[in-house]
Design a protein around this ligand. Structure first.
Ligand code: PFF
Length: 454
């Protein structure tokens, strides 16, 4: 039985946090969000979102987690016994994210195998929507594919269990130090190759072409804040839990800046790669880039196979590499989403890490089968909207209120500053986490609710 929840070094903590941040959101979500929200003009709300939300909020979550050195639910109870249910709400919500996220990972595993032979056939759109997603008119397709999906998902869960049930440093710590650098290396190879393709500049011109008029629209600001919340995994008690595992002295402020930078670097690399390839394809097929872009899972599972179909021999290298990147990025994020609930259960019921992880993973694996097989895209789409527009932003507001107001985070400033080798916190930080963020995010949240209701 293992029970150690402690990073071996600051490096393990930073890499694990980058692993949590860099995920499907960076690869399939960001390029599309950038493109459809003003292109080059999107960088203004994007940078504002990082500066007034991403970095200040992460420092808040880290600071409080590091201070309590206990699970999220336990800390919430200590702050105020009435807050305990909030302390359980977030870990449970993030656990749900993990389950839906794992379905995409399962599909990606299948595509990784298919990419060696271009097994999706000449019409990837048809393959994805009828054979894999089992739209109702193709029930036979569903029956044929259930065993394949089940095996892919099971393989993923076994890997997750293998890493998660060990001592923290032996599993997650070690794996993050290997996978995160590997992820960046593969991404750099993909981008370098994509940029040399004929037509790459067409795709990039289309991507960055700024539409300044959108800056006065509410939606682009909402998109930027939503993207940063999702991409940096904010407000989900993950940063809190990871920081509570830090036992030695750590410069949390500088760590935060490194993590936010690495995350943005990765997603902008991904955007370069995605749009260079789309430009190439547009040149080959004569279809405008705008028509090739579709959202989310569609971009990964329909557009990419279509691109690989026209890419000739290179596709056999680039295809597996691409789906491997998505897999590793998704895996390191999923690993982070089990930690808050697992640690909260361990603290509450005095159970061991390995036993808690094993139980949680069995439950998650069972539910994920339902996501990935029976309901396909519709349920997944609903959960995605629920999580992005409702749960994540709500998490940020809840944490601002509980940590900044009820816990009174000003008591941590001197301590955090004493360790910092870069910026120092001051009144500006308190104003952001106490006033600007809760008010601003609430406005965006209400706007998002109207959007969902529409
Ligand atoms: N940050 C991850 C990504 O960009 O893909 C996704 C994510 C993981 C979001 C965990 C939220 C979360 F709690």
């Amino acid at each position: 039985m293992t029970d150690k929840n402690e990073w071996g070094s600051n490096l393990s903590f930073v890499f694990a946090m980058i692993g949590s941040a860099v995920g499907l959101g960076n690869i399939w979500r960001y390029p599309y969000v950038l493109y459809s929200n003003g292109g080059g003009a999107f960088y203004i709300p994007y940078i504002v979102a990082i500066l007034i939300m991403g970095i200040p909020f992460l420092i808040l979550e880290y600071g409080v987690g590091y201070n309590f050195k206990s699970s999220f639910a336990k800390a919430a109870r200590k702050i105020n016994s009435k807050c305990e249910y909030l302390g359980w709400f977030l870990p449970v919500a993030v656990f749900m994210i993990m389950i839906y996220y794992s379905a995409i990972l399962g599909w990606d595993g299948i595509y990784m195998m298919l990419s060696f032979t271009k097994g999706w056939g000449a019409d990837p759109n048809n393959f994805f929507t009828t054979t894999l997603l089992q739209s109702s008119d193709s029930f036979m397709g569903l029956l044929n594919f259930i065993p394949v999906i089940a095996v892919a998902m099971l393989a993923g869960w076994i890997i997750i269990w293998f890493i998660s049930h060990r001592d923290l440093e032996q599993g997650l710590g070690k794996v993050s130090k290997i996978l995160v650098p590997l992820l960046f290396i593969i991404m750099i190879i993909i981008v370098a190759f994509s940029l040399t393709l004929p037509g790459a500049s067409i795709g990039l011109a289309e991507l960055f072409n700024p539409d300044w008029s959108l800056l006065t629209h509410f939606e682009i600001w909402m998109a930027a804040f939503g993207q940063i919340v999702f991409s940096l995994s904010l407000g989900m008690s993950i940063a809190f839990t990871y920081a509570s595992y830090v036992k030695d002295d750590a410069d949390l402020i500088t760590n935060t800046i490194s993590i936010a930078l690495a995350n943005s670097l990765f997603e902008n690399f991904a955007a370069l790669g995605v749009f260079s390839i789309l430009g190439y394809m547009s040149l080959q097929s004569g279809t405008p880039v705008a028509d090739l872009v579709s959202q989310g899972t569609g971009l990964v599972f329909i557009v990419y196979p279509t691109v690989f179909n026209v890419l000739g021999q290179w596709a056999y290298v680039l295809g597996p590499l691409f789906f491997l990147t998505v897999y590793l990025a998704g895996l390191t994020s999923i690993l982070s989403t089990i930690e808050p609930l697992s640690f909260s259960i361990q603290n509450k019921f005095a159970s061991t890490r390995s036993r808690t992880m094993t139980a949680l993973i069995i439950v998650a694996a069972a539910i994920s089968m339902i996501y990935a097989t029976s309901f396909g895209g519709s349920l997944l789409g609903f959960v995605d909207t629920f999580i992005n527009q409702i749960a994540l932003l709500l998490g940020v507001v809840i944490e601002c209120i509980v940590f900044a107001w009820i816990f009174k985070v000003e008591k941590l400033i001197d301590f955090l500053n004493s360790k910092s080798k870069t910026i120092k916190l001051g009144k500006w930080w308190l104003i952001i986490v106490k006033y600007i963020l809760p008010i601003f995010i609430s406005i965006i949240w209400i706007g998002g609710m109207f959007d969902v209701a529409k």
